[in-house]
Write a protein that binds this ligand. Structure first.
Ligand SMILES: [Zn+2]
Ligand SMILES: [Zn+2]
Length: 349
């Protein structure tokens, strides 16, 4: 199916593979009509580096330079392939501690973007999707910060963990408490940024004990999810159906059925994403994502396209003849809808 609103490439991301151009060529050969280029934002604090970055001895300056090079490359490629595919330029947010907000604003002032992905990958500064070990470390960090005690678990690489001050303590413990703080952090991110696309809404489930456990059974967690979904529906954010979950062993993409149904009832719009980190993952698992949506009664999905451009979803035919490449800006793209069942079978296996 022909759109991905979230992608990375090995050229600009140490935990991905392949050049940006080869990922784009793969997207074209998979009949994608829209492919959003959304590299991870540069992180300025070495405490937030991904393990491969630490291993490679990368500095904050490397990440800033690499993002600049990504942007320049992406701008050239959107022009080069405009007849074949709509390449939208964006980035993926990290929301680790309160100072991230200034870093995101700075990035948005430095560059123009068509869109961006609002994601949360950390809770109390600890990455929650990387490994089970780190997931458990995040639980200890949350409990330590809650306790207010000056103990080792309340520190991240020698510096005291900085929690978002709005996050209230509760009496929950373990995974349930981690879920609460994750959805509170997500709420901070949502209210601060109103992202056009929300990334892997329930990523917090990836390394948990049972990804199928129904959040509706956890009252305090569910209340936070309901609040977040209500906020998204009010400002008109779109949520990705992110197939990365299926390549990590899930039976369905993010978000799970409990949340998907809630969003559907709240009138939230969905977009499709592969969250690819290399050519092998471009459009991965799309038939599964579409089958999931059909089974859940979601009949349409949304996608961004340049205003005034129209591509046949099945045949890729481009109209009208007199079109010019717009500026890179949220004002130059519009959300359009497509019928889920019309998208079946377009992506070659
Ligand atoms: Zn990544
Ligand atoms: Zn992500």
């Amino acid at each position: 199916m022909p759109f991905s609103h979230h992608s990375h490439s090995g050229q600009f991301c140490a935990h991905a593979k392949d050049s940006l151009e080869s990922c784009i060529l793969q997207a074209i050969s998979k009949n994608l009509r829209v492919f959003c280029l959304t590299e991870h934002m540069p992180r300025s604090d070495p405490r937030d580096f991904y393990p491969e970055e630490v291993e490679m001895g990368i500095t904050p300056q490397h990440l800033t330079d690499s993002f600049a090079e990504f942007y320049e490359t992406a701008v050239a490629l959107r022009d080069k392939y405009k007849e074949e595919i709509t390449l939208l330029i964006g980035f993926e947010v990290d929301y680790i501690r309160p100072s991230m907000l200034a870093e995101i604003k700075q990035l948005q002032e430095t560059y123009s973007f068509d869109m961006f992905i609002g994601s949360v990958h950390h809770v109390d500064e600890i990455a929650i999707d990387f490994s089970e070990e780190l997931f458990h470390r995040a639980i200890s960090a949350v409990e330590a910060v809650d306790s207010g005690a000056d103990i080792a678990e309340a520190y991240n690489q020698g510096t005291k963990i900085e929690r978002f001050p709005e996050i209230q303590r509760t009496t929950s413990k373990g995974e349930e408490r981690l879920f609460e703080v994750y959805f509170d952090t997500q709420y901070m991110m949502l209210t601060a940024l109103k992202p056009p696309v929300i990334g892997h809404f329930d990523l917090i489930r990836l390394k948990c004990n049972d990804y199928k456990a129904d959040f509706r059974a956890m009252k305090s967690v569910w209340e936070k999810i309901v609040r977040n979904v209500k906020f998204i529906s009010e400002y008109g954010g779109m949520v990705e159906i992110n197939s990365a979950a299926t390549r990590k062993g899930w039976e369905y993409p993010y978000p799970g059925p409990d949340i998907l149904q809630l969003m559907k009832e709240a009138g939230v719009r969905f977009v499709l994403s592969d969250d690819s980190h290399g050519t092998a993952q471009v459009a991965f698992g799309y038939e599964k994502s579409l089958a999931y949506l059909e089974k859940q009664g979601v009949e349409e999905v949304w996608y961004y396209e340049w205003i005034g451009w129209e591509r046949g979803i099945k045949d890729g035919i481009l109209r009208p003849e007199d079109r010019y490449l717009p500026k890179i800006s949220p004002l130059c793209v519009e959300a359009k809808s497509a019928v889920v069942k019309d998208l079946r079978g377009i992506v070659p296996a």
